[in-house]
Design a protein around this ligand. Structure first.
Ligand SMILES: [Zn+2]
Length: 209
């Protein structure tokens, strides 16, 4: 596995090859960004949106966090990293679409499903435990229908994407743009193992892309 020193080696290759080849587009990008799509993905090292979708710099505005979650709109203060990025993407960049991208073998989803971190203290899993409480309602539903095994894991990965989409709709500036038809929300789950991407359909089911 590569460490920081190797990343710098990688940077030299990038600066000497790809950057030079795309010099013009980089200088255009230096003037500003105009991405049309926002992607909310998991921090998991295996699910890099740019790799999966073959995008180039400037094309997707990305937020990544544990289990690709969006909290509900909360104007009461606090440090809201996802909400800040969402606000910027929707009201300033005016992205046309937001994709919530879930994935297979998600550790955050697994922790929610097992409840293993439930009483953990900050620094011992407590931050993750607090964050994945966003999945609690979906978790109950999934366990009742699918149990807490592999089937439940897949089901909660899919339900988690829906939870984030529903929470996106609680932001007034998202709601406003949904109402005027200038913004569309999408969901998908990338399987990792077989490389399959299942896309959330309007009726709530997932279909292979
Ligand atoms: Zn994950």
């Amino acid at each position: 596995m590569r460490k920081f020193h190797d990343l710098i080696e990688g940077y030299y290759r990038f600066r000497g090859n790809e950057w030079i080849e795309e010099r013009e587009s980089w200088s255009k990008l230096a003037e500003g960004q105009e991405p049309k799509v926002m992607v909310i993905a998991c921090s998991d090292s295996r699910v890099d949106p740019a790799t999966i979708f073959g995008t180039v710099p400037g094309e997707v505005f990305v937020v990544r966090n544990v289990a690709n979650l969006v909290p509900p709109f909360d104007p009461s203060g606090g440090l809201h990293g996802v909400s800040a990025a969402l606000e910027f993407a929707v009201t300033v960049l005016k992205v046309d679409e937001i994709l919530v991208l879930g994935h297979g073998q998600c550790g955050g989803v697994k922790a929610s499903l097992s409840g293993a971190l439930r009483d953990a203290k900050p620094g011992e899993g407590g931050f993750v435990a607090e964050w994945i409480k966003l999945l609690d309602e979906a978790r109950e539903k999934v366990i009742a229908e699918h149990g807490d095994g592999p089937e439940g894991q897949t089901a909660l990965e899919r339900e988690g994407v829906k939870v984030s989409i529903e929470n996106l709709k609680t932001f007034p500036f998202v709601q406003q743009r949904l109402e005027d038809g200038s913004l569309t929300l999408h969901g998908a789950v990338f399987a990792i193992k077989d490389g399959k991407l299942n896309v959330l359909q309007e009726d709530g089911h997932y279909e292979a892309a």
